[in-house]
Design a binder for this molecule. Sequence first.
Ligand SMILES: [Zn+2]
Length: 260
Amino acid sequence: MPPRPYILAETTWKAVKDTRFQVAVLPWGATEAHNYHLPYATDNIQCDHVAAEAARRAWEAGARVVVLPTIPFGVQTGQLDIPLCLNLNPSTQAAMLADLAHSLDVQAVPKLVILNGHGGNDFRQMIRELQPKVKCFLTAVSWYKVVDPKGHFQDLGDHAGELETSVMLHIAPDLVRPLSEAGDGREKKPRLAAMREGWAWAPRQWTKVSADTGIGDPRAATREKGAAYFSAAVEKIGRFLIDLSATDVKDLYVDPTKIK
Ligand SMILES: [Zn+2]
């Protein structure tokens, strides 16, 4: 495959020095167990593919976007008792984000999209704190929240379940073990009603919730479901990159009657 000009890891200074990039995309995943059948890099592989395909669509429409290397470690404080789930604390992530945003700021890249691929990562409070300190406009997208999974999958479990397994069957089928080897991803529910109803929150204690590290039954996953979900998500994210690239972030808001 020839080098893609919108993937920083594949491009060169020769190409970069003459391009005025409008939007940088920073994919941010995790390294963690995904039931018995998906690899530890599942979130990173998904982030890589979603970012690359969304950026390709934007680039071909004329938007100057660049995908930065994926950060492969996420927040895993609830999975520290699972071997090789590798944790970055939120405060460490905030420090990394600040350094990278500062680089882009100095280099006059005006917009940064954090493309999140891991449920334990949450960049919103980091952006609230960092945004007043940098000119670069900061925004975050969790790619698996862009399209409602309800229309695509029977089981809506959120970790190594039908969604992630289907997407991996589409983008990296060689890394998916036979589904006959997968656990059923059965999830224990909180004893406390307030937590079951979702208005009291605490991070899940992973090994107490799931026996196989999965949450959600992967066994109805198919490559076709993964392809359809992936393509619906990258279409919307690609459109967002095009629109963001063309938008003056000092003029983000409009009277609702003027929205087309
Ligand atoms: Zn995952």
